[in-house]
Write a protein that binds this ligand. Structure first.
Ligand SMILES: *[C@@H]1O[C@H](CO)[C@@H](O)[C@H](O)[C@H]1NC(C)=O
Ligand SMILES: *[C@@H]1O[C@H](CO)[C@@H](O)[C@H](O)[C@H]1NC(C)=O
Ligand SMILES: *[C@@H]1O[C@H](CO)[C@@H](O)[C@H](O)[C@H]1NC(C)=O
Ligand SMILES: *[C@@H]1O[C@H](CO)[C@@H](O)[C@H](O)[C@H]1NC(C)=O
Ligand SMILES: *[C@@H]1O[C@H](CO)[C@@H](O)[C@H](O)[C@H]1NC(C)=O
Ligand SMILES: *[C@@H]1O[C@H](CO)[C@@H](O)[C@H](O)[C@H]1NC(C)=O
Length: 466
């Protein structure tokens, strides 16, 4: 392995370096997610023997076109994310699904390091990695690149003290994915690690650790990004978010009368696509179905981030509304992974690269949180809000799909469908909004009014902005 220079320094998620306060009055976004694979003993056996960790082609060095290699891994992460979103549909009791395809990919890739034969093939093909040369190497270098941006990645391998794993698996996990081995002692200790790695955002991750668990592969990612163009907190106010053409909720709506946005109306996709950039080479992609043109679930299968990023135009100034929200999501992924063809992980996998003792996966859990929020309210509050000229609008006021995208790899670091940003508020009927026509077919391009007229005609249309 040509890239063997990676230092395997312990990943200390506690370092408070990044928590330096971002300047006042900014809107920023925080996302975090731990993924966990629990492995249990399925039968006792005797161990010892040197193992054979699935060898990756040792000619994997620094590729000439590093960004191209990252993009192929980014595309693989996206495919995995699409499949997960597809199997984790939203419903009335779970209106939003948010996850980090990158974090799930990392967990499965680490497992693949210890898998053999069919199990290894299965894992690599569900990671869409089987066609990518030097997958582990490239994913490892992408993770290093990402920790250079706004993403913190922490990885750990918890082992029962008496349980023997092959040294080669430990070494490979450390080398590829900086996964530090640690003794599995108590659920409190694990939960504390998760809490630290997510900067306090995910607490009590695990209710308990069953006694038959001998090994846990766990990672946590944490993203904190600052909008390149901030919203003015003083302009935020309750406004309407249309759940469908009959119901709405009131949400805190961030507003800007002049926001530099890259916006695309994609007829084929039947959606509006917008990119909100963060400082530092990542951005928040919103894909919102046009009224009467399908729903977010039907959009998922058609999502192609690299295609959209290629076609998104230059930024131009427009009037924008974006909901402010905090959402949490916790999910056991066994069912979703089984529906994706990975059921054998939970019955009789070949994990003989990890230990001589037969192992099977007993659980894959994750928790994810997204906060589009205000930090500090000092303010450059007096930005000009009067519109001087006609500008188009983009109001995120109906269900949407989002992706948080790294520009170098175009990998979706986080991906989600939001059908109700205020799940704890009771929906109201639209006809209680006087004069509203939910079927109005106005789109952003013909709402270029230059005055302050109220136009309340449903999703995608303008509401009153002073
Ligand atoms: C996106 O579309 C291009 C072709 O337009 C294709 O090569 C690429 O694999 C697609 N990416 C994903 C993640 O589906
Ligand atoms: C792969 O499976 C074959 C039989 O299915 C077995 O003979 C072989 O030992 C296995 N290889 C490894 C590395 O486990
Ligand atoms: C991360 O940043 C350091 C220093 O800024 C640089 O030397 C290194 O090459 C970067 N790593 C990647 C993978 O971009
Ligand atoms: C963003 O990417 C460009 C080139 O790809 C690089 O020069 C710049 O340093 C990056 N910025 C940050 C904050 O990482
Ligand atoms: C989304 O649309 C598809 C068909 O396009 C439909 O089968 C599905 O039930 C819809 N989902 C929701 C949540 O409305
Ligand atoms: C909406 O679309 C229908 C048919 O597509 C058209 O008849 C109607 O005039 C449109 N309404 C508005 C307000 O543009």
């Amino acid at each position: 392995m040509g890239g063997s220079k990676q230092t395997v320094t312990p990943n200390h998620p506690k370092g408070g370096v990044l928590s330096s306060l971002i300047s006042a009055s900014c809107w920023d976004m925080t996302l975090y997610l731990p993924v966990l694979l629990l492995l249990c003993l399925c039968r006792l056996g005797l161990t010892d023997e040197t193992s054979m960790v699935a060898p990756e082609d040792h000619s994997c060095g620094e590729p000439v076109f590093r960004q191209e290699a990252w993009r192929s891994v980014g595309g693989a992460v996206e495919r995995l994310g699409r499949q997960l979103l597809n199997s984790l549909q939203t419903g009335p009791e779970q209106p939003n699904v948010i996850l980090s395809p990158l974090s799930v990919a990392l967990a499965l890739a680490q497992l693949a390091l210890g898998a053999h034969n069919e199990t290894q093939k299965l894992l690599l093909s569900s990671l869409h990695a089987h066609t990518i040369p030097c997958y582990h190497h490239t994913l490892g270098s992408l993770l290093q690149h990402l920790t250079n941006t706004s993403l913190q990645v922490a990885t750990r391998m918890y082992l029962r003290p008496e349980f023997e794993v092959y040294q080669s698996f430990v070494a490979e996990s450390l080398h590829r994915y900086r996964s530090e081995p640690a003794p599995l002692i108590s659920v409190e200790e694990v939960n504390q690690w998760v809490e630290d790695a997510t900067k306090g955002h995910i607490t009590n991750f695990l209710p308990s650790i069953p006694h038959d668990i001998v090994l846990m592969l766990i990672n946590a990612v944490h993203f904190k990004g600052e909008w390149e163009a901030r919203f003015d907190p003083q302009l935020t106010q309750k406004d309407v978010f249309y759940l469908d053409n009959k119901n709405f909720v009131h949400v805190d709506m961030m507003r800007s009368a002049k926001y530099p946005l890259s916006l695309l109306e994609d007829g084929e996709l039947g959606a509006q696509v917008a990119r909100f950039p963060f400082k530092g080479n990542t951005s928040f992609l919103v894909v919102m179905p046009l009224p009467g043109r399908g729903n977010v679930s039907s959009l998922v299968t058609k999502l192609n981030i690299s295609d959209l990023y290629r076609r998104l135009p230059q930024e131009s100034t427009m009037q924008v509304q974006l909901p402010k929200f905090t959402l949490q999501y916790r999910q056991e992924l066994q069912e979703a992974l089984t529906s994706m063809g990975l059921g054998s992980l939970f019955s009789g996998p070949d994990l003989s690269g990890i230990s001589a003792v037969p192992l099977q996966v007993s659980s894959v859990r994750h928790a994810c949180g997204v906060e589009l929020s205000e930090e500090g309210a000092d303010a450059s509050a007096a930005t000009s809000v009067t519109m001087m000229r006609s500008i188009p609008i983009f109001f995120v006021n109906s269900p949407f799909l989002f992706a948080l995208v790294d520009h170098a790899s175009l990998a979706p670091l986080f991906l989600g469908t939001v059908t109700n940003p205020a799940p704890d508020t009771s929906p109201m009927r639209i006809n209680s909004l006087l004069g509203d026509d939910p079927h109005g077919n106005r789109t952003q391009s013909d709402s270029t009014n230059s005055n302050n007229d109220v136009q309340s005609d449903g999703p995608h249309s303008s509401n009153n902005v002073q």
